[in-house]
Design a protein around this ligand. Structure first.
Ligand SMILES: Nc1ncnc2c1ncn2[C@@H]1O[C@H](COP(=O)(O)OP(=O)(O)OP(=O)(O)O)[C@@H](O)[C@H]1O
Ligand SMILES: [Mg+2]
Length: 326
């Protein structure tokens, strides 16, 4: 029995770019799938295909039991979408935007009004509610867009990077709102570049890169794939990175990853604290001065790096060297 969101072999090309290169998805009803991937991975393209906004070159998609390619209009009535590119009318106030959505969905004027007030409150927009949306900040606009997606509660929801650009408080609040929605039975596909977000909200995670799903599983399953614990070292001087990397490679049970910028070297290990002591002795005998060293349990960041060869772009790492070099 396919889930509430189902896709098989989705392909979409733009010229030479294979934005989707054979994507399969299956999201059981009432669960959250986190589609995780770096810029250009194909996340938005996947959402656009599943929400009928874009026709794939090939493949199959079924949402809420309805064939996306055969019955797009019917699909549209069963889904909610909050997009990366907000569908907000600039010249209407926040309140008017929400009321308009309600009326599009055939709510009575009175119900639409009540709903708009409720949502403005929930998304901390009460004060700004009667100002035209064009005066809103980026974060306010995003919240309005999310509120618009929640005017009616469709059984299947898509959220493309719902919390990008939100401050920590608003992000936390949105997580709460999403958790309530899902507790109420909504099936949700959300895309994110924030590993922490996928960790918090998603039952299952698909990691995408270059239009392909390169890994899937629960957050714990993905973490255990990186092979457990790691040693992480921050060396004092950048010119000691080479020697230190060599030392760590000797102790490691996998690929060494290196961040030039923060002088941080990470390597998967087995052997725990005993090994850590040996690493410290060896670094010391090779004359490497260290600022910090520790054993780390894997995070989704580690998973991401080990799968894609690069970190996910997140707010935690602005201006990393490889980004600047692009
Ligand atoms: N309309 C389009 N015309 C041409 N190329 C496109 C179009 N839409 C997407 N692409 C390309 O397809 C690839 C996937 O893009 P997509 O927007 O799906 O990525 P994404 O994972 O959502 O990235 P981001 O994290 O930056 O939002 C990119 O290489 C992008 O340049
Ligand atoms: Mg996108």
């Amino acid at each position: 029995m396919p889930g509430a969101i189902y896709a098989e072999g989705l392909v979409k090309t733009f010229g030479d770019v294979r934005a989707l290169d054979g994507v399969d998805l299956d999201v059981p009803e009432g669960t959250v799938l986190g589609l995780l991937g770096p810029n250009g991975a194909g996340k938005t393209t996947a959402v656009r295909v599943l929400t009928t906004l874009l026709r794939p070159d090939s493949g199959k998609a079924v949402v809420a039991g309805i064939d996306v390619l055969k019955n797009p209009n019917e699909v549209r009535r069963s889904i909610g979408l909050s997009g990366q590119f907000a569908a907000v009318d600039e010249y209407l106030t926040g309140r008017e935007n929400l009321q308009m959505v309600g009326q599009l969905y055939q709510m009575s004027g009175r119900d639409a009004k009540t709903r708009a007030t409720e949502l403005l409150e929930r998304f901390n927009l009460s004060e700004a509610g009667d100002r035209p949306a064009k005066t809103y900040s980026g974060g306010m606009r995003r919240r309005l867009d999310l509120a618009a997606a929640l005017v009616v509660s469709p059984p299947v929801m898509f959220m493309d990077e719902p919390t990008t650009g939100l401050d920590p408080r608003n992000r936390q609040q949105l997580w709460g709102i999403i958790q309530e929605l899902v507790a109420g039975g909504t099936t949700l596909l959300l895309t994110t570049q924030y590993l922490e977000e996928a960790d918090q909200l998603a039952h299952d995670i698909c990691v995408v890169d270059h239009g392909k799903v390169i890994a899937r599983g629960t957050s714990d399953q993905l973490k255990s794939r990186t092979g457990g614990e790691r040693v992480e070292v921050v060396v004092h001087e950048r010119d000691q990175l080479t020697v230190a990397t060599e030392v760590l490679r000797g102790f490691g049970k996998g690929e060494v990853s290196l961040d030039d910028h923060t002088r941080r070297i990470t390597v998967p290990v087995t052997g725990g604290a005993k090994l850590l002591a040996e690493v410290i002795r060896e670094l010391d005998s090779r004359g490497v001065e260290i600022d910090d060293i520790g054993l780390r349990r894997p995070t989704l960041d580690d998973v991401f790096i080990s799968l894609t060869g690069h970190a996910a772009e997140g707010e935690e790492e602005p201006g990393r060297p490889e980004e600047a070099a692009k």
